[in-house]
Design a binder for this molecule. Structure first.
Ligand SMILES: Nc1ncnc2c1ncn2[C@@H]1O[C@H](COP(=O)(O)OP(=O)(O)OP(=O)(O)O)[C@@H](O)[C@H]1O
Ligand SMILES: [Mg+2]
Length: 253
């Protein structure tokens, strides 16, 4: 079956600053993200991974180029339309999750859900399913962010990010602030979402995180410098690990 692009970006340009201090991040970057893929974007620090994720998800506008996101050129949307688009189409997970402190976990998730749906009961039922998927037990739903661990906060943040069934889930170093056990649990959640058909774009410099993806893109010199088809994640993954190691070495990691 031919892969279907959910995002197709062409001739992307992005620079920061002006004149002598201008820093060109990319001047002609092309990238396709396919439906159902768990795409991982790697590259050295400062290569432009986060900047690219912000462009693809409509969090920030590129200086030029086109981004076809499921049939809409999002570079043509005004800020209001872009905000609506983001809410409907994208979910976000960052290194640090900011939950609303005065609300418990369930209410945090419902608050995100009601932005796109009026079916409060439906949202609540989906939240329950998702909390169970991320291993947050019922006695924790009513806790607030100050009463839970960093790992639990990150997992609750993922529930909030996918409550609206986003077309694409974007994650930027989602395990960057977690210890190894908590990272593993968060990565298991990403793997389950992927198995359930969720399209994911994850930015990371962590090899363990990257191994969860099926397609690895490497950004360098303002371009998608190379890509590696890793196939599906399996817990016993020595072959995939070797393949990824070879790939990032080739890329000059
Ligand atoms: N708002 C900004 N203003 C000026 N320069 C910026 C801005 N955002 C990013 N940059 C610069 O653009 C370059 C790419 O930044 P970006 O955050 O995309 O890198 P990255 O690949 O995500 O790096 P890291 O792995 O460290 O997160 C960096 O040199 C950074 O300093
Ligand atoms: Mg970054």
């Amino acid at each position: 079956m031919e892969k279907q692009a959910v995002i197709s970006a062409k001739h992307l340009k992005k620079a920061f600053g002006k004149g002598e201090s201008m820093q060109v991040i990319y001047s002609d970057l092309n990238i396709d993200i396919y439906k159902g893929d768990f795409t991982v974007i790697m590259g050295s620090s400062g290569a432009g991974k986060s900047t690219l994720m912000y462009s693809l998800s409509g969090m920030d506008k590129p200086d030029g180029g086109e981004i076809d996101f499921d049939g809409t050129d999002i570079t043509k949307l005004n800020n209001d339309k872009l905000a609506v688009f983001r809410r409907r189409q994208c979910g976000f997970v960052f290194q640090q999750i900011y939950l609303i402190e005065k609300m418990n976990l369930m209410d945090n998730v419902i608050a995100a859900g009601v932005l796109t749906s009026k079916d409060r009961e439906g949202i609540k039922n989906r939240a329950k399913e998702l909390f169970s998927l991320v291993n947050i037990p019922e006695n924790t739903w009513r806790k607030t962010s100050s009463q839970i661990s960093g790992g639990e906060a990150q997992r609750a943040g993922i529930v909030r990010a996918v409550i609206n069934s986003p077309n694409v889930l974007f994650a930027d170093e989602p395990t960057g602030a977690l210890n190894s056990a908590n990272s593993g649990a968060v990565l298991d959640v990403f793997s389950s979402l992927y198995e359930n058909g969720q399209s994911i774009v994850m930015v990371t410099h962590d090899k363990k995180s990257a191994l969860r993806g099926n397609r690895i893109l490497y950004i360098k010199d303002g371009k998608i410098y190379g890509e590696c088809d890793l196939g599906k994640y399996e817990p016993d993954h020595s072959e995939r690990t070797e393949k990824l190691d070879r790939f990032i070495k080739e890329m000059g990691w």
